[in-house]
Design a protein around this ligand. Structure first.
Ligand code: SF4
Ligand code: SF4
Length: 365
């Protein structure tokens, strides 16, 4: 079995979409600007910059745009090159770009096993457009092609009256209830859940889907992480167009992957600047904080259908079941101190942000 070496969240700088979901973070930031990603580097150059030799082995790479990931025709050639380089790729998509799924289905069978599609099921928007069947057909196209998939719903208050309908459709179309994520208010300091319901009522309302993803996200949401975090060593974030490789969303830039030379991996340590680890459903199961007891990532994505089939194919399931922290060395005390020392400015910034926020909440100047 291929060893999971690192997890990298790759940002695709497309900032537009063919849907208009009310809870969309692109809408919250008024970022719909018709921008489609453009890569200055060829797929071959990108695969060379992210070779297994440079990254220390096979990685799980997540492709997610600031809009619809598969809108640009330039994305799949890059994905294919990275699959050919031996990596495993997750694609976040709204499931409506038929031609792109046809293209993935034409990849060689070996590469298709390395593909995982996270289908975001925007139920009300698909219903409004009459695209529910189109979405279902694309899911089945990918399943028949041997790719792995998951179905994930973003819970919004206007979807609450449709919960029973959504459960029925989900079971009929995909053989199981969909997974549930947590919609977030990216503008708020605490990155709150996006709902009129308080968090307890929110958990109760959406808990009826029996989603392991929702259970774990609910568990870690609003919990400030104080442990030593290996973001920057085990898990990373990358802007695939600019090449900027960072420790985490709140971390430092480590290098530009398109520059030659060794990648200077370095953990962020105790300097996480976020109120909570809002994307911890992937970073934490990957082992970013090794001492945390978490489910493995496959558990948060898989479902077994009424017919006894699984959404994850065996090879992907085995790959996702691993934790990077079990496959890579841990830091010595000295290395940890050095990481924290390099992150000292981030820690000061986080403390200052916290103090200013508290003062502004108290109405002080
Ligand atoms: S599909 Fe995704 S990117 Fe597009 S509007 Fe909906 S939430 Fe936003
Ligand atoms: S705790 Fe989460 S958000 Fe913070 S640095 Fe680590 S992975 Fe990133």
């Amino acid at each position: 079995m291929e060893k999971l070496s690192r997890f990298i969240d790759c940002y695709i700088s497309t900032e537009t979409c063919n849907l208009r979901c009310k809870y969309c973070y692109v809408t919250q930031h008024n970022k719909f600007n018709s921008k489609l990603v453009s890569f200055k580097h060829t797929p071959r150059e990108i695969a060379k910059a992210l070779s297994r030799e440079r990254l220390g082995g096979a990685c799980l790479l997540n492709f997610c745009a600031g809009g619809e990931t598969l809108l640009s025709e330039d994305v799949l050639p890059v994905i294919r090159a990275l699959l050919e380089a031996g990596h495993y790729v997750m694609i976040v998509t709204n499931g409506t770009m038929d031609k792109r799924f046809e293209e993935i289905a034409s990849f060689p069978p070996k590469l298709r096993k390395q593909v995982f599609i996270k289908f975001s099921f925007h139920y009300l928007e698909l219903k409004r457009l009459g695209w529910l069947e189109k979405f279902r057909d694309n899911v089945w196209r990918m399943k028949e092609a041997g790719c792995s998939f998951t179905i994930e719903v973003t819970p919004s208050d206007d979807l609450i009256p449709y919960i029973d309908e959504l459960k029925n459709v989900s079971q009929e179309y995909f053989g199981a209830f969909c997974h549930i994520t947590i919609a977030r208010d990216d503008v708020a300091y605490k990155i709150n859940h996006l709902s009129e319901l308080d968090f307890e009522a929110y958990k109760k309302t959406w808990g009826v889907f029996d989603s392991e993803l929702f259970k774990f996200k609910s568990d870690i949401f609003y919990k400030t992480r104080k442990e030593f975090c290996y973001g920057g060593e085990y898990t990373l974030v990358l802007n695939l167009s600019s090449g900027d490789l960072r420790q985490c969303y709140c971390g430092k830039s480590l290098c530009n992957i398109y520059d030659e030379g060794k990648i200077p991996f370095r953990a962020i340590g105790h300097a996480c600047g976020y109120y909570h680890c809002y994307n911890g459903h992937v970073f934490l199961p990957m082992g970013a904080i090794p001492k945390l007891d978490t489910p493995t990532y496959d558990v948060l994505r898989n479902k077994t259908t009424l017919a006894g089939e699984e959404w994850l194919q065996p090879e992907m399931k085995e790959f996702m079941r691993q934790r990077v922290c079990d496959n890579r060395p841990r830091y010595t005390t000295g290395q940890k101190l050095k990481s924290d020392f390099c992150s000292i400015d981030l820690m000061m910034k986080a403390v200052l942000k916290f103090i200013l926020k508290r003062r502004s909440l108290r109405g002080e100047k």
